[in-house]
Design a protein around this ligand. Structure first.
Ligand code: SAM
Ligand code: FES
Length: 345
């Protein structure tokens, strides 16, 4: 099955089910995923500097620590100057991609987002700007693209509408989120979709639907990490996603999409102290260290016990460098575009 997956980049639903539901093939999958990453990306690991610039959110996703309904967190927004300060620090540390992530915060109008994006773009024309600010209109996405944003991360969360409805209030829809992803792609963004492994009510069928959706979308990036509970959300008592299953999915995705950018996520590093290393050894080729000011990191708590909230940006970079080197891979200081993406300019 693993040979077939590597060769054809596809399996039947029943074969995917067999692969997902047992750990019998994990060692072979890991070896194949690592071989494919070496073929396509060598030992390179790309860095993305993550700037969590607002924890205000108008949405109320049941799993998320910064959901509107959580009245226990202190809300913050970074100013344009503070964001530019994070970029300056990141640039000096060798980052060539900045990811601006936040809750869905209406304060950040199109005008404000465009102003921030174009300020970063004009100061750092050699850097890629990634946005991760949720669902907006085609028109807004277009305006950000014109201002200089080239990549967009919007996890689809789950491709099964019934499952989606169990994770989100009724004012949010699976179809709308997926439409946003197609809009982004159509505009010309490098697009990242993704999901939480082990989110409440997730079944193998949901995961197979996710794989089929990803085949349809053909994203440039796929962000997957375990679900982890947050004490002030309705899912406070739900169990965490499974480490082995998360790694298994990373391996499967590397074989299905040999050129895709696949981060070893902070959530994976929170689930297990060596989670990110394991992710990088099972097909992962991206790490996203935090560049947010340490003063606000504790407030961007999507789930309990999130790592890297106390460390300075330089500490996180040094820590990750050591971790990546320890497994024979190397961080490279480049934009790290997806191989499958042809830049139109
Ligand atoms: N608002 C933007 C959006 O909706 O895409 C970006 C921020 S959102 C907090 C980023 C991602 O965090 C989500 O797509 C979700 O998959 C992940 N996330 C939220 N809560 C989580 C949890 N409890 N465990 C693991 N991941 C979580
Ligand atoms: Fe932040 Fe290790 S990456 S402390």
């Amino acid at each position: 099955m693993i040979k077939a997956l590597r060769q054809d980049r596809d399996l039947s639903d029943e074969q995917f089910r067999a692969l997902l539901e047992t750990d019998a093939y994990d060692a072979e999958l890991k070896a194949a995923a690592h071989a494919v990453r070496l073929e396509h990306y060598g030992t390179d690991v790309y860095l993305r500097g993550l700037i969590e610039f607002t924890n205000y959110c108008k949405n109320n996703c049941l799993y998320c620590g910064i959901r509107r309904g959580n009245q226990k967190i202190r809300r913050y927004r970074l100013s344009e100057d503070e964001i530019l300060g994070c970029c300056a620090e990141g640039y000096a540390l060798g980052y060539r991609t900045f990811v601006l992530q936040g809750g869905e915060d209406p304060y950040f109008t199109d005008e404000r987002i465009c102003s921030i994006v174009s300020a970063i773009h004009s100061r750092y024309p050699d850097c890629a700007i990634t946005l991760s600010i949720g669902e907006r209109s085609h028109e807004s996405y277009h305006a950000y693209f014109e201002a200089g944003a080239e990549r967009y991360l919007l996890r689809h969360e789950t491709a099964d509408p019934v499952h989606y409805a169990k994770l989100h209030p009724s004012d949010m829809s699976c179809e709308h989120r997926q439409q946003c992803l197609f809009d982004l792609k159509h505009i010309g963004y490098q697009v990242g979709a993704g999901l939480m492994v082990g989110s409440p009510f997730q079944t193998t069928d949901c995961l197979i639907a996710d794989l089929r959706f990803l085949q349809k979308l053909q994203p440039d990036m796929i962000g997957i990490g375990p679900f982890l509970s947050h004490k002030d959300t309705p899912f406070r008592d739900e169990p965490s996603g499974d480490l082995k299953l998360t790694l298994r999915l990373l391996g499967i995705l590397r074989l299905m999409f040999p050129d895709v950018l696949l981060p070893a996520t902070t959530a994976l590093g929170t689930l297990h102290p060596l989670g990110r290393e394991m992710g990088l050894q099972t097909g992962g080729n991206v790490v996203m260290p935090n560049l947010s000011p340490t003063a606000v990191r504790e407030q961007y708590m999507l789930y309990d016990n999130k790592i890297c909230t106390g460390e300075e940006s330089a500490q996180c970079k040094g820590c990750l460098e050591r971790r990546v080197e320890s497994i024979g891979l190397h961080i490279v200081s480049s934009r790290g575009d997806a191989k499958c993406f042809r830049r139109s300019v």
